[in-house]
Write a protein that binds this ligand. Structure first.
Ligand SMILES: *[C@@H]1O[C@H](CO)[C@@H](O)[C@H](O)[C@H]1NC(C)=O
Ligand SMILES: *[C@@H]1O[C@H](CO)[C@@H](O)[C@H](O)[C@H]1NC(C)=O
Ligand SMILES: *[C@@H]1O[C@H](CO)[C@@H](O)[C@H](O)[C@H]1NC(C)=O
Length: 513
């Protein structure tokens, strides 16, 4: 209460300056009075903004009658076992299971819920859904393969790009092809003559035929990725471990008719059965990824080259789809209600070039085949619930009712950056310069809320690593960074978020990565 009294006294002073004071100001400089009024208006706006977090009576009674947050699941045969880890981790972070009729906090949708579940366009602020409207822009195989992502193998839509395909195939007669459709399970290498050009909605994609091999086996790499916001865009990847799956059979002697040589199926070879990896994984207790990195380094190959390409590919996919995602979001009010975790699958060629194969919606987190994957799946889930705020760090009944409880997590002082700019005459005079828009007097309410969310995510990111906005790596890079064409292409909101992360990195190098 003490804090509040002082706070109010301070504002009263500003609200009712002495009459003499006003007269002097008016008489001397009319202009500065106008500025003063503007500042007062801004202050008031900011106060109103803070008031949003103060109790409303309804929230109090609701939260006291319901201690534990509630989740429910949308999907088929949800109790058949494939969601066991999801349920277990949710229960460990304090959730209880309910139904669509409960006053729920989290909808875990295994299937795409938009269009099927009612009310998703009018969610309350505490309700979260693990899917984004329009996420098919990312996970649809056709949409992904044919959107000219640098790291995706060349692809042609059939039938519309049939002619272009023939031209290309003629120019590169040695290339091999696979044909895919959205509901494909099981791909197979085909020659041009074997491809089917009569069925619609498929595509033909170049097959990467010079794979990096470990113990003679081709493999793929699964990167768990979480989209937390589309406007502005924020994307994180799971950095605790990667899903490493090696083919069931040796690649050579090659035989296109035997898919077990080049496609990863349910019966893939796990890390602990790979002669060159099992010591690191089993005896030395390293992760799948570190065991793999150890092998790559032993061949004098660069793991940095590999990870950089993976980060860039994921970034490129979201950048290329962000305007479509924003359009799909437009009929779903609060953007802070949604997040979505997917898995990006990559293959690697012998020169350590990375190729994006697909992005899986609702990646399989079942340990029915390999119980050893429990650790990976549960760490992915646990860390994701932390990143997204699904796992509460403050008891439920306080979150919605107390400004102080909110401020101990994130206060206005946590989000201000670029003090030299903000304290310069340039920024105190006007807000036109983009750097000034992050300063106290210019920061608008919407951007302020975005920054608060971004701050909380960063603090709670656990094993996740941000890929967009791209990290600077270190303070030196952040300080020497100049606006470039990449920056110019960003939307205004994304520019501000980018500059804000840069500002945080300059303040504190823990924000640089
Ligand atoms: C809940 O699900 C049931 C059965 O799936 C459905 O009939 C009902 O309309 C749903 N209720 C709400 C509030 O969506
Ligand atoms: C890797 O580089 C080191 C030092 O240059 C060299 O001794 C070693 O033989 C190389 N290993 C391979 C597999 O090329
Ligand atoms: C998920 O993985 C399990 C174990 O590998 C497998 O049995 C199941 O068929 C998979 N489910 C889907 C939908 O792919």
């Amino acid at each position: 209460m003490m804090e509040n009294k002082q706070y109010n006294k301070f504002y009263k002073k500003i609200k009712r300056p002495s009459a003499l004071f006003q007269i002097v100001i008016v008489a001397l400089v009319l202009g500065s009075f106008v500025t003063f009024l503007n500042i007062y208006e801004l202050r008031k706006l900011q106060m109103d903004h803070l008031n949003l977090h103060i109790a409303n009576p309804e929230a109090v009674s609701e939260s006291f009658s319901k201690k534990s947050p509630v989740y429910w699941i949308f999907g088929k045969q949800i109790d058949s076992g494939y969601l066991d880890h999801v349920m277990r981790v949710l229960e460990r972070v304090g959730y209880v299971r309910g139904t669509n009729n409960s006053n729920w906090d989290l909808l875990w949708a295994h299937d795409y819920p938009f269009g099927s579940v009612k009310g998703l366009d009018s969610l309350k602020s505490h309700q979260m859904v693990n899917k984004f409207p329009g996420s098919g822009w990312i996970t649809n195989k056709l949409s992904l393969a044919t959107s000219n992502i640098k790291q995706a193998p060349k692809a042609f839509k059939i039938p519309s790009e049939k002619d272009a395909f023939f031209k290309y195939a003629k120019k590169y007669p040695l290339k091999k092809w696979v044909q895919k459709s959205n509901n494909h399970r099981g791909i197979r290498i085909r020659s041009v003559d074997e491809l089917d050009f009569s069925t619609g909605n498929t595509f033909v994609q170049e097959y990467i035929d010079n794979p990096y091999l470990i113990d003679g086996k081709r493999f793929d790499i699964g990167i768990y990725t979480t989209l937390v916001s589309v406007d502005p865009l924020r994307v994180y990847i799971f950095d605790g471990d990667w899903l490493m799956r090696y083919c069931a059979k040796d690649y050579y002697p090659f035989d296109a008719a035997d898919v077990k040589k080049y496609v990863v199926g349910d019966d893939y070879t796990p890390t602990w059965k790979m002669p060159s990896l099992k010591k690191a994984y089993t005896d030395l207790m390293f992760t799948h990824r570190e065991s793999f990195f150890h092998f790559v380094r032993s061949k004098n190959d660069s793991v940095i080259k590999l990870t950089n390409q993976i980060h860039e590919a994921i970034r490129n996919v979201y950048i290329s789809k962000v305007s479509s995602l924003i359009r799909s979001m437009s009929s779903y009010g609060g953007t802070s209600n949604f997040f979505e975790m997917v898995r990006f699958d990559f293959v690697v060629d012998k020169d350590l070039n990375v190729y994006l194969m697909e992005v899986n919606m609702s990646p399989n987190l079942s340990t029915a085949h390999f119980s050893q994957n429990r650790l990976l799946y549960e760490q992915v889930l646990y860390s994701m619930f932390s990143l997204t705020g699904v796992a509460k760090t403050v008891a439920n009944n306080w979150i919605k009712t107390s400004r102080h409880a909110y401020e101990m997590q994130i206060s206005e002082r946590d989000i201000h950056v670029n003090i030299e700019h903000c304290d310069s005459p340039q920024c105190t005079k006007n807000c036109a310069i983009i750097e000034c828009q992050l300063c106290k007097w210019c920061l608008n309410q919407e951007i302020s809320s975005d920054l608060q969310r971004a701050y909380k995510e960063h603090m709670n990111r656990n094993r996740w690593r941000r890929v967009f906005p791209p990290p600077f790596g270190n303070q030196k890079n952040a300080l020497s960074w100049k606006k470039d064409t990449y920056f110019d292409k960003l939307s205004e909101k994304n520019k501000l978020l980018f500059l804000w992360f840069r500002g945080k990195c300059v303040q504190d190098n823990r924000w640089c990565a």
